[in-house]
Every structure is written in C-alpha cells, then in structure tokens.
Design a protein around this ligand. Structure first.
Ligand code: CA
Length: 406
C-alpha cells in the first residue's frame, strides 16, 4: 500500500496494542500502540509506512495523530491503571516542540488521563538534527510529566554518550537479534554496558522482541524491568486484564531464580574448594626468599586448574614475573611483567580490601583474557596482608565445573 493510499483510507487505520509486562509486579505495565490498516489482502502493519524515509513527515504525522486519538479514546474506556506507549517521529515532533501532542493529551485530562500514563517512544537514530535540541525536547516532555523511552537502543547508531545526554526514562532494547548470529560475547558486553548505564542515569530497561523462553531468561538476567514480545503476547485490537500474565510470569521467573541460584552456588562451591586447596598447598610449600621460585613451586601444585600465576602487593604492583604453563605442562617465567601495576583493573582495590578483611580468596567474574581471547576467571588469594596470589583459571576448567556464564 503506498503512502497516499494510507492517507486516503485513514478510516481503515486503527491501533493494535502489545502488552508490556513488569518484572516486579508481574502485571501489565502498559501497551505499545502499533498502527494497522485494513486492506484487500487483510490487516497489515503500518510499520513500513512510518519507517519509510521517502514518506513525507506530514503524512506520518497525520496518520499517527489519527491512531493516537483512537488509542486514547479506547484507553480511557479501559478500567486498569496502565501506561500507553506512543511511537513518535522525532523530526515531526520537533516542528512544534511537542506542543501538539501535549495539547491532545491535555484534552483527555477531564476524562481522567494523567500525563504520567504516557510514554513517548523515540528512535534517536531517526532524528536529523542537533542532539542538544532533542535533549531539550526530552526535558520539555518530562517537565510535563510525560515519560520518554529511547526506542531501538543498540540497533542504530545510538552510542552511550548520546544516551547519557538524552537521559530518557526508559531504554527499549530489541532482544530479537539474539536469535541470530549476534549471540556473541560482544553483544553480551553491549547489553551489560547498557544495563550499567541505565542504572547510572536512573532509566529502566524494556526488552522487546522476546520470542522464546531463553530470550526472556536472558532479558531478566540482564536486569530488564519490563518485557514485550510474541513469547508473551502478540499485538491485538483490545486490552487485557491487568493480571493476565501474573501466574505464568511467577512460574517463569521462579525457574530463572532456581537456575541463577544453582549457578551462583556452583561458583561459591568452587571458590571454597579452591580456598581450602590453596591453604593446603601453602602449608606444604616451603617459603623461599626468592618470590619467583616460591611462586613457581606453588604453580607446580595448581597445574590442574591454573594456566597463569603472579603475585602483587596491595597497591597492585606485580612482585614476580608471570608464571605460565607451557603446552607440555611445565611452568616457565615471563620476567617482563615484574613491576607492572594492576590497580586500574575493575574491582582490584575492592578485592584487596575484601581479601584482607575476610582472609580468604575471591573468584572473579567471567571475562575475556586479553592474550588468549578465552573466557576466564581469576582466583586471587591473600598470602599475607601485603602480598596476593593471582591465578588465572582456563575456560576448559570453568566449563567442566559449570561456572561459565552464558
Ligand atoms: Ca517502538
């Protein structure tokens, strides 16, 4: 259907609603308004119309206003206290600084509509203009009580500093791509960064495009507060009771909690086994004046689970070379690393303080080793108050003990 046909058949265009479910209340938090049109070939999505850069902005604006008005009418007849997510084009909205939308919303105030029941979804990468003007629009909508969601985060060119400038209330992340090739470490890393950033700027994460239980689990693990996708509910012409997903959600999340618990318990178990083992090894290893020799003596006894070993002081200065296990199982020394400082690494200072406080070793999170590219963990152990042993555990060992996160 071409753009003009859509405009000529406006009376055949209407909104569909896709529920967005909350992980804390297990209830329907809101609905995204999605445009549909009745054609000779059946009901079709208006998505292609709205995302076609060749369709004039005025057309999009007119069709969207039509949909929003119907949605608001219907929303006012819906008894539940929820939120309506409205997609807007940042370029058309910029023309009147959002005043037109505010005017429409205000006309429903006497029917009980509150501005904080509205979330405006904006795709930052569709915007053609200066980012500071868009940030200004966000502030303006927010001062009117309207929430702003950044749509399609991680898909377009939107980078972290732009998200920081815009300070949206919500970040919508499409998890759909996870099904394809992008199930890579880099993708996990991007999501992890997004969840940290969201927390820092006080925004909530909405995961959309959830089509499988696995994706929902993944969204939950990545601190999604709201969930949307075919796995939960397809877009429909009508609204649902607010607690429609409650039982099912409770069951699903309970499963996720059990799995998470098993994973964390496995980590604790490994950590305490390593602690006991290292304690024993240290008792059996005669202390040598030469720290490198002493460390290599220890290394012989941890060959089963360690491929790299070194000792640092409490400021992070490496006191030894790097002991590394060769392919034949023998240990060798890279003296170049002696004197390097690792205090800049994530959690370094905190872990030293923890080790001194608890007098026991710590198993790190999973990360990519810079040299080998393998996913590894480090086990660090306090030798005394100012010397700490660091042991890198290879991927194969972690895999075997089921402490490698996906
Ligand atoms: Ca959207």
């Amino acid at each position: 259907m071409d753009a003009l046909d859509v405009l000529m058949n406006l009376q055949k265009a209407f909104p569909y609603y896709q529920p967005i479910i909350s992980a804390d209340g297990h209830n329907i938090f809101g609905y995204e308004v999605l445009g549909r049109i009745e054609t000779d070939e059946g009901i079709q999505s208006l998505g292609p119309f709205f995302h076609d850069p060749h369709v004039p902005d005025e057309y999009k604006r007119e069709v969207n206003e039509h949909l929003v008005k119907i949605a608001l009418e219907e929303f006012m007849n819906y008894e539940e206290e929820t939120t309506l997510f409205i997609n807007v084009n940042p370029n058309t909205m910029m023309e009147d600084s959002g005043d037109k939308l505010i005017e429409i919303l205000s006309s429903y105030e006497n029917q009980g509509l509150k501005h904080n029941q509205i979330v405006v979804e904006i795709k930052e990468h569709e915007y053609r203009g200066d980012i500071s003007r868009l940030a200004h629009l966000f502030r303006y909508l927010q001062t009117h009580g309207i929430k702003v969601a950044l749509d399609d985060v991680g898909k377009g060119s939107s980078n972290l500093d732009r998200i920081g400038i815009l300070e949206p209330n919500l970040l919508k992340v499409d998890i759909h791509s996870l099904k394809k090739k992008q199930q890579t470490l880099a993708y996990h890393g991007v999501l992890y960064s997004l969840s940290l950033l969201a927390r820092k700027i006080g925004a909530d994460l909405v995961f959309e495009g959830i089509e499988t239980n696995h994706q929902m689990h993944y969204a939950w693990r990545n601190h999604g507060r709201y969930f949307q996708g075919f796995f939960l509910a397809k877009p429909d012409r009508t609204f649902l009771p607010g607690d429609y997903f409650k039982d099912r959600f409770r069951q699903d999340i309970h499963q996720f909690i059990l799995m998470e618990r098993r994973k964390i318990e496995a980590q604790y178990e490994l950590s305490s086994r390593l602690n006991e083992y290292i304690q024993k090894v240290l008792k059996e290893t005669k202390k040598n004046q030469d720290l490198d020799y002493w460390m290599l003596d220890i290394a012989q006894k941890v060959s089963e689970f360690c491929f790299r070993i070194y000792i640092c002081d409490e400021d992070g200065f490496q006191q030894t070379g790097n002991g590394f296990q060769k392919h034949d199982g023998h240990w060798a020394l890279h003296p170049d690393y002696k004197g390097k400082n690792w205090s800049w690494r994530p959690y370094f200072i905190e872990n030293i303080i923890r080790m001194n406080d608890e007098r026991k070793g710590i198993l790190s999170d999973v990360y990519s080793d810079i040299e080998t590219g393998e996913l590894i963990r480090t086990f660090s152990y306090p030798l005394n108050r100012s010397q700490f042993l660091f042991m890198d555990l290879p991927h194969a060992y972690l895999y075997e003990h089921d402490v490698i996160a996906w």
